[in-house]
Write a protein that binds this ligand. Structure first.
Ligand code: SF4
Length: 1004
């Protein structure tokens, strides 16, 4: 018998005495060179024809829609951009190649044809495909298997397996009745959830230690809790003859090689096609039973994959960036928030072992640090809540660190802009990072502030170190001799005077009005900086040392500590580390209830995720290993290119080597598209930037105005009549469908309900919902959670089935958030043309003030530029490091600038924002132009062009209208000699549409 310890209990397992086959090990193929792959276009066409032939056979599953791959491929036209990737009818895959094409130019067609060809005999390549979601991955693998490609597998996470399985069954449930079973069987083939080891257990499972199980009579381990690699064989103690568990001696389940749960991983050794999502690629790792070394999937593929195919590369880039951003709750309402969860686990384990853990010094030290973290977090809350008004400038909606607070205090006290000032700024940041050693007992902290050379700041450092300890003891006490009083005094006339504005007068005072001037308020901010430093530094210590105490305290294996540690173990050596060490800061989110405090989150920037995307072919090049060739494709992954003001989030920093061209006839058809501002009432209706209750009221009003009817029909019906007159009779057959675009699912529900009430039976109203809401029966589910439930007559359309809107009856209207609707599934008629003819944008997209993605985007983009640019004559690594840090701080400032209100954005941030906006709007408009048909686009939110809506189109500028800024940005790109062709191939139809909006504006 073996036992397994999990979070709730220690339970016994009968392990059968059988000898299943060994798990098939993956051979890591060493290769110094991965030869380029030359592919004749004629071979691609013949492969596509073979695919079509097989799909035409009576034996081919009817539930899989036929691809018509050859016909689609014949429409694809490639144009090389200064490279050898495409020449004389031969496509050559070599290292990382970035291929762009306008929406609907055949990217997914090319990807499929390449996949089928690369695995054909003669090519015999091993291919990895990055899919948009697990359902799409399962569908692709099911198709490959239907074509006889049996060595194809999905790789998806085991903890989420039940959800993926249910999603696949649910997706199959939407098919025609005679296909349901076949489709479900094919799509769930590799999503096994049965645990054979459970089959060997008696009904009365032995419970060794109840732990958290007290009071529960039955228990069924979930997939996350299975003992796959956590079995422990009990050992007899020689002295007492009792059985003990040595949890360092963990063993794997002997059934793993024949276990359905692990079938995906077992098939890795000989799979010719592996399909996985970008999230799974980074968050999963190969099972240790099939590879000898611990490694990540990106590292494994350096040895085992020949080609990686990635569509929607800009979206994948965002996933990679996001994956490296850990936003974890220290204290929050969520279950699993770090402090309460770990406190509970530690208390239970101490009770279990009666403090036996304290025999080890390391557990005592770790617990002391944990207590210090609790104390510092409690005090940070106390500061934020008690001195709310004095601290709002730093805690509202943005992450803060000791460095960010000190730098802000210092910069408002020392206005100006020159090199000398910047150098001092760096010194302030060093001061902020070198205070912790006084309060920490850990050995790995430094006593002397390395790099701190300024005498005044050295004096400040000497003063603050003991104050930090005092602050932890006396908190917000501001009486005689208290730490806060000492800080305020030292600001007034002592060693902290560089943080005081009291010496300034008049104009030079208060460059940033929100930061207080009086020393008492500023001393409180400095106190918060000292506490923040303790929180973040203690967290860093606990992360590094958790492995030493994990078993003793029975800590959860998926805690935020472990997530960060696991990430660093896998990626620390292969991707660049970010600015300011690894922690971006603390983020305080005020609770809705005035008696509640708020959530304190930790924003941890672990690495430059996008580096993996553009360097996938050479991640371990230093070890002499050549990785796979990578093909990156998208319609919007070129968004400014090398320009300093390109899109920080979407532009993929890899030179474009080819463009997929849209057929001329389709481009001509797009010229008939109509773009206009839509005024629905006498007074313009603003949406973006309004308080949430006002925004939703205004959205309801817009929905009512769009849906209300007069003798000529609803506004939408009238619009379709006008469009048909303009585009020709029959042009709207099966295209009388509209899309209303909002910013999030809750707003979509508000609009859908109001529209349905106003339109009655005139329109069928569809509301896009997350799959989880649809599966949980959206009506009941949301009714329980929210004040406004979905109306009973709404059609709730799950995100993963959005393409079925193409089959909706004429007159149907879909309400959807911009994020989920702008990518992925095509919404088309049976002839492949867009089913949606009419798109209204009800809400101008804009980053939220607490959005951190724009900041991460700016820092990561800068880091990649730094890496990609050669700097001959650079003095030394240390000089380069300093220059990097200084410039990266400016990139950070750029990121913060992007979250400002549009009207006060600096010019550069405005252009960056406009590139972000161009990609989002153009991708969404792409839902209406597939197959080369014109689209109608209406902009309803007054914020899109306030002057135009107010009747002063002449006064509109790119500082007042984001759409005019987009037009100027595209116009500038299309007049640039270097990028003119590229920009026009991707965005010309969009620019023409924007120009319709501003007929009075001068052209570039
Ligand atoms: S490897 Fe399979 S059989 Fe063994 S414990 Fe895990 S899920 Fe169960």
């Amino acid at each position: 018998m073996s036992t397994v310890r999990w979070d709730k209990a220690t339970i016994g397992y009968e392990v059968p005495a059988i000898s299943p086959p060994d798990a098939p090990m993956i051979a890591l193929k060493r290769r110094a060179i991965n030869p380029a792959i030359a592919i004749k276009w004629s071979d691609l066409l013949s492969t596509a024809a073979e695919v079509d032939e097989r799909e035409a056979l009576a034996t081919f599953p009817k539930w899989l829609p036929t691809l018509h791959l050859r016909k689609r491929l014949e429409r694809v036209s490639i144009e090389a951009v200064g490279s050898e990737m495409w020449r004389d009818g031969v496509l050559t895959l070599s290292e990382t190649q970035h291929l762009v094409g306008m929406l609907s130019s055949g990217k997914s067609t090319l990807l499929l044809a390449l996949l089928f060809l690369l695995i054909r005999p003669g090519y015999d390549k091993r291919v990895v495909v990055i899919a948009s979601d697990t359902a799409a991955a399962s569908l692709l693998v099911a198709r490959l298997r239907a074509h006889g490609v049996l060595k194809a597998t999905v790789i998806s996470s085991i903890p989420n397996r039940a959800e993926h399985l249910s999603a696949a069954h649910w997706a199959a449930g939407g098919m025609e009745s005679d296909s349901k079973l076949l489709a479900a069987a094919a799509m769930t083939e590799s999503l096994g959830i049965a645990c054979p080891l459970e089959g060997y257990q008696s009904a009365e499972r032995e419970l060794i230690s109840r732990g958290e199980m007290d009071g529960e009579t039955t228990f069924v381990p979930t997939l996350r809790e299975k003992p796959c690699h956590r079995l422990v064989a009990p050992q007899k103690s020689k002295r007492s003859k009792t059985e003990t568990l040595d949890t360092r001696d963990l063993r794997s389940c002997p059934l793993i090689s024949m276990c359905p749960v692990h079938a995906q991983q077992m098939s890795l050794s000989d799979a010719s096609v592996i399909v996985m999502t970008s999230q799974a690629l980074l968050s999963m790792s190969p099972d240790k039973s099939v590879v000898e070394e611990h490694m990540s999937f990106p590292e494994l593929f350096q040895y085992t994959a020949d080609v990686v195919l990635i569509d929607e590369a800009d979206s994948v880039q965002q996933t990679f960036d996001d994956h490296c951003l850990q936003d974890a709750s220290l204290l929050a309402a969520d279950s699993g928030a770090f402090l309460p969860e770990h406190q509970r686990l530690m208390a239970n384990s101490l009770q279990d072992r009666l403090g036996g853990q304290y025999a080890k010094a390391v557990t005592v030290r770790w617990q002391a640090a944990f207590s210090r973290l609790q104390g510092a977090v409690a005090l940070a809350y106390h500061f934020i809540l008690r001195f709310e008004k004095d601290l709002l400038w730093t805690t509202r909606g943005q992450p803060f660190t000791a460095a960010s607070i000190l730098c802000d205090l210092w910069s408002t006290a020392n206005p100006g802009e020159n090199e000398e000032r910047r150098a001092y700024f760096e010194q302030v940041a060093i001061l902020a990072s070198s205070l912790y050693s006084e309060v920490a007992d850990e050995q790995d902290t430094q006593d002397t502030p390395q790099g701190l050379t300024d005498d005044r700041l050295l004096a400040a450092h000497a003063f603050l170190k003991p104050i930090q300890r005092e602050l932890l003891e006396r908190g917000t006490d501001s009486g005689e001799g208290s730490p806060l009083e000492k800080i305020a005094k030292a600001m007034n006339e002592g060693p902290l005077s560089m943080f005081s504005t009291s010496a300034q007068t008049g104009q030079s005072k208060l460059r940033r009005k929100s930061i207080p001037n009086d020393d008492t308020a500023r001393s409180r901010a400095l106190g918060l900086a000292l506490l923040t430093n303790v929180v973040l530094s203690t967290f860093g210590y606990l992360v590094r040392n958790q492995p030493a105490v994990e078993d003793d305290f029975k800590l959860a294996p998926d805690s935020i500590f472990n997530t960060a540690r696991r990430f660093m173990m896998h990626y620390g050596a292969i991707i660049p580390r970010p600015l300011y060490g690894t922690v971006f800061g603390l983020l305080f989110e005020q609770g809705a209830d005035e008696n509640a405090g708020g959530a304190l989150k930790l924003v941890n920037h672990l690495g430059v995720g996008r580096y993996l995307l553009t360097n996938f072919h050479r991640l371990i090049q230093k070890e002499g290993q050549a990785g796979p060739h990578v093909l990156l494709m998208s319609g919007t992954s070129w968004a400014g290119g090398e320009a300093a003001d390109a899109s920080p989030r979407y532009d993929v920093q890899s030179p474009v080597v080819g463009i997929l061209r849209q057929p001329t006839a389709e481009l001509q058809a797009l010229e008939n598209s109509i773009y206009e501002f839509v005024s629905l009432s006498d007074t313009p209706i603003p949406v973006s930037g309004c308080p949430s209750d006002v925004r939703r009221d205004n959205l309801r009003r817009i929905a009512r105005l769009l849906g209300q009817s007069n003798p000529a029909g609803t506004r939408l019906e009238q619009k379709w009549k006008v469009l048909e007159q303009s585009w020709g009779a029959g042009s709207l057959i099966n295209r009388r469908k509209a899309l209303l675009v909002v910013s999030n699912y809750r707003d979509a529900r508000v609009v859908a309900n109001a529209l349905m009430t106003a339109a009655g039976v005139k329109h069928t109203v569809y509301c896009l919902v997350a799959d989880s809401v649809a599966k949980a029966d959206g009506f009941a589910h949301e009714q329980a959670k929210e004040a406004e439930a979905y109306g009973q007559n709404l059609v709730l359309l799950p995100r993963s089935r959005v393409e079925t809107f193409g089959d909706a009856p004429d007159g149907a209207i879909l309400i959807a958030p911009i994020g989920p609707i702008s990518r992925g599934h095509n919404i088309v008629r049976s002839d492949g043309c867009a089913a949606i003819s009419t798109i209204y944008f009800l809400h101008r997209p804009h980053p939220r003030p607490d959005d951190i993605q724009s900041i991460v985007g700016c820092v990561n983009r800068f880091t990649m530029e730094w890496i990609n640019k050669s700097r001959p004559g650079q003095d030394s690594i240390s000089t380069a490091g300093k220059t990097f840090e200084r410039k990266a701080r400016f990139a950070l400032d750029d990121g913060f600038a992007l979250r400002r209100s549009f009207s006060i954005m600096p010019a550069r941030a405005r252009t960056q924002y406009s590139w972000d906006l161009i990609t989002q709007l153009w991708q969404t408009i792409g839902r209406g132009i597939r197959g080369g048909v014109p689209v109608y686009v209406g902009f309803v939110d007054e914020r899109f062009a306030p002057q135009t809506f107010a009747g002063n189109p002449n006064a509109e500028t790119q500082a007042s209208s984001c759409l005019m800024a987009c037009m100027r940005t595209l116009d500038t790109a299309m007049h640039s000699q270097e990028v003119r062709d590229l920009a026009s191939r991707l965005y010309q139809p969009f620019l023409q549409g924007l120009q319709q909006l501003f007929p009075l504006a001068k052209r570039g």
